[in-house]
Each structure stands twice: as structure tokens, then as C-alpha cells.
Design a protein around this ligand. Structure first.
Ligand SMILES: [Zn+2]
Length: 66
């Protein structure tokens, strides 16, 4: 509980260097990340379509942000 764990630091670096993680880095929030339809606490999207659309929008946003 004292100093930062070197592995945590490494993972932070990986996360920053690989924005491709995108959806994989999302945490289930009890609703679809795309359309907000209520879900269980395991899934991130209510359907593959929502996952695909979310990924598409995220890529667009990332391209704009460059
Ligand atoms: Zn959805």
C-alpha cells in the first residue's frame, strides 16, 4: 500500500498507447453504452448492432480529435 505498482504503471502506459482498446476498456454500467437500454451488470451493449455502432462513432470521434 505504499508505492505505485510497476505493473500498474505499465498497464497505464499500455492503455494510453493503445486507444484501440476502446470498447474492451468500457465497464458494464447496467445499460447499453450506445442506446442506454437497461441491461444486466455484465453486458455493455444490448446487441451486436449497438456495439458496432458505438465502435464506429468512437472511431469517428477519435479521427476528429487528432
Ligand atoms: Zn443498445
Amino acid at each position: 500500500m505504499s508505492e505505485a505498482n510497476p505493473i500498474d504503471n505499465f498497464m497505464d502506459t499500455v492503455r494510453q498507447a493503445t486507444p484501440v482498446l476502446g470498447i474492451a476498456a468500457l465497464k458494464p454500467k447496467g445499460a447499453c453504452w450506445y442506446c442506454n437500454q437497461p441491461l444486466d451488470n455484465v453486458r455493455k451493449f444490448c446487441s451486436k448492432t449497438c456495439a458496432d455502432d458505438y465502435r464506429t462513432e468512437e472511431e469517428v470521434f477519435r479521427n476528429i480529435a487528432k
